[in-house]
Ligand binder design. Structure first.
Ligand code: NAI
Length: 306
């Protein structure tokens, strides 16, 4: 197996490190900054004897070394600084992801692309459209991260293992997310049995602002430890054909009443990529929130098309 990570910054390098450490795929890191991906990848390669992996990891400023990758993760672009919203990144990152996608498609025509660059939903739309790939092979990471944040806060509040907390977050990344509180359970027990509604609402608000909370603390740059863990889980689901049900940003063709837009929904991830969009019955309120999310993606798509 071969995985390429485009962008050797905080998210890209941490993701490459995690995938290399798993040991069942060779990893290539690509970045425009001279020597940066080469230096970081050599450093990671030299961790091999200690962590016990024979997987290779290399860095490059071009795409030849990435040829015929099975999975390509795109993290190239600029990240938020305090005071910026994800949408402020739109046009710069659109230009970057368009040129990256062109190279990726040329060198790895059969790969599965996982976009990560923000604003996530609009970038997935841009990468999906410019790749010309079927929708099964382009789906973005956001929901696994948003859900992980929600699960973390719930587990802290109830003092229970994070592993026992199951949750679903639909819709756009961050501010636009639609948490499915009805489907949020702790050890199989609905959250409504265990926590007051106001408390749940408070944790939902914190999850919505979860990325911003980290940006404020770091002062420079945005989150990358939890994002890279979320990406790695998606990559693993594909490489190991796990058929995992995870939230991802996928191109919808009528599901949830949305057509021709990339929005976060539960999907099945396996060797074929996004093998299925899982449709669950939503309440009127949830459906309206999802439509609202779709409308904000649509707005950004219109700005990109101008
Ligand atoms: P960073 O600034 O640390 O790294 C970005 C890297 O991209 C830099 O090394 C830069 O040289 C590289 N780059 C720029 N143009 C390039 C090009 N044309 N080709 C190849 N590489 C190029 O940023 P960080 O923290 O790694 O974040 C990356 C992106 O991921 C940001 O847009 C950020 O907002 C987004 N993000 C998305 C998340 C999600 O849930 N979807 C979570 C966290 C970050």
């Amino acid at each position: 197996n071969k995985v390429t990570v485009v962008g050797a910054g905080n998210v890209g390098a941490t993701t490459a490190q995690r995938i290399h450490q798993l040991g069942y795929a060779d990893v290539v890191m690509v970045d425009v900054v001279e020597d940066l991906p080469q230096g970081k990848s050599l450093d990671m390669l030299e961790s091999g004897p200690v962590i016990g992996t024979d997987a290779l990891i290399t860095g490059s400023n071009g795409y030849e070394e990435s040829a015929n990758s099975d999975v390509v993760v795109i993290t190239a672009g600029i990240a938020r600084r305090p005071g910026m919203s994800r949408d402020d990144l739109l046009l710069t990152n659109m230009r970057i992801t368009t040129s990256v996608t062109e190279q990726v498609v040329r060198h790895s025509p059969n790969c599965i692309i996982i976009p990560v660059t923000n604003p996530l939903d609009a970038m997935v739309q841009n990468i999906y459209e410019s790749s010309g790939f079927p929708r099964e092979r382009v789906f973005g990471m956001a929901g696994v991260l948003d859900t992980a944040r929600f699960r973390t806060f719930i587990s802290q509040e109830l003092n229970v293992s994070v592993e026992d907390v199951q949750a679903y977050v639909l819709g756009g990344h961050g501010d636009d997310m639609v948490p499915l509180v009805r489907y949020t359970t702790v050890g199989g027990i609905p959250i409504s049995e265990l926590m007051a509604e106001e408390k749940v609402e408070q944790l939902v608000r914190r999850t919505r602002q979860g990325g911003g909370e980290i940006v404020q603390l770091l002062k420079e740059g945005s989150a990358y430890y939890a994002p890279s863990a979320a990406i790695t889980q998606m990559v693993e689901a594909v490489l190991l054909d796990k058929k995992r049900i995870l939230p991802a940003c996928a191109y919808l063709q009528g599901e949830y009443g949305i057509n021709g837009l990339c929005v976060g929904v539960p999907v099945k991830l396996g060797a074929g990529g996004m093998e299925q969009v899982i449709e669950i019955r939503l309440t009127a309120e949830e459906q309206a929130a999802l439509q609202g999310s779709a409308a904000s993606v649509q707005e950004l798509v219109e700005v990109m098309n101008q």
